[in-house]
Design a protein around this ligand. Structure first.
Ligand SMILES: NC(=O)c1ccc[n+]([C@@H]2O[C@H](COP(=O)([O-])OP(=O)(O)OC[C@H]3O[C@@H](n4cnc5c(N)ncnc54)[C@H](OP(=O)(O)O)[C@@H]3O)[C@@H](O)[C@H]2O)c1
Length: 254
């Protein structure tokens, strides 16, 4: 049985990694998906892949820092598919890394704009559409970094991603009575462009792998399964959570 039959979902950061895998899984589970990121060619390829597997996808390229883009994604979902049930606000960036005393104000603001303000702007325009049909499910991609694990040199990333947990709780409390659930997923390391960009040596990959109880990093498809749970009615009594999907990184000291 498909778990998202009749549902319409927005997925940001769908041009690669976790977002791409999740958009494909949502479509395989019967959802019509609106996929978003800045790279149009990757979105076009993904939309064609989804269509070739019998699904339906519409894509729009743009920057999640923009409120107009957040509005346009909701408008596209409604225009093409008639409603909005699920929003996976997943696009993110590592931003400017390095010693906190050296991080520029511009770099700090850019990380917050892409990782945190984007999520607020997305939800701001997604929630009114969800309320029209009595509810929906919003999921943000936070991380174990800045929650259960601290890495030096990640101040802007960690702060922006930890901010998503506060946003999750506030929105969940504000709209729970009207049927909108809001949760954050907190991945451990996942084998994506972002992970490979940060861990480009065997030593660094071995170090990160060793942080996890499972002694491996996740495949994007494994994260997609957890996001599917939060998106679907399987999690109908789950809201306001910071949901670790971290291969045991938070409990590992060996
Ligand atoms: N990989 C990990 O180990 C890990 C762990 C914890 C959390 N996360 C989080 O997981 C999420 C997905 O990352 P990933 O690991 O799947 O890496 P990824 O493959 O690099 O994906 C990042 C996605 O975000 C999009 N994006 C970035 N900036 C954007 C912007 N300004 N506007 C629109 N789209 C933007 C990228 O698309 P374009 O470049 O085409 O715009 C891409 O689709 C991120 O929020 C990341 O922080 C990742």
């Amino acid at each position: 049985m498909q778990r998202l039959t009749g549902k319409v979902a927005i997925v940001t950061g769908a041009s690669s990694g976790i977002g791409r895998a999740t958009a494909k899984l949502f479509a395989n589970e019967g959802a019509k998906v609106v996929i978003a990121a800045r790279r149009a060619a990757e979105l076009e390829t993904l939309a064609a892949e989804i269509a070739s597997e019998g699904g339906e996808a519409a894509y729009l390229a743009g920057d999640v820092q923009s409120e107009d883009f957040a509005k346009a994604l909701v408008a596209l979902a409604v225009r093409r598919f008639g409603r909005l049930d699920i929003a996976f606000n997943n696009a993110g960036t590592l931003g400017e890394m390095g010693p906190s005393t050296a991080i520029s104000e511009t770099g700090w603001n850019a990380a917050l704009a892409t990782n945190l303000t984007s999520a607020f702007l997305g939800a701001k325009h997604q929630i009114p559409e969800m309320l029209k049909q009595g509810g929906g499910s919003i999921i943000f991609t936070s991380t174990f970094v800045g929650y259960s694990f601290a890495f030096p040199g990640t101040a802007a990333y960690a702060a922006s991603k930890a901010g998503l947990i506060g946003l999750t709780q506030a929105l969940a409390a504000e709209y729970g009575a009207q049927g909108v659930r809001v949760n954050a997923v907190l991945p451990g390391a996942v084998d994506t462009e972002m992970y490979r960009g940060m861990n480009d040596t065997d030593e660094s990959q071995a170090f990160v792998t060793g942080l996890h109880a499972l002694k491996r990093v996740a495949r994007p498809e494994e994260l997609a399964r957890s996001v599917l749970y939060l998106a679907s009615d399987d999690s109908s009594f789950v809201t306001g959570t910071a949901s670790l999907v971290d291969g045991g990184a938070s409990i590992t000291r060996t």
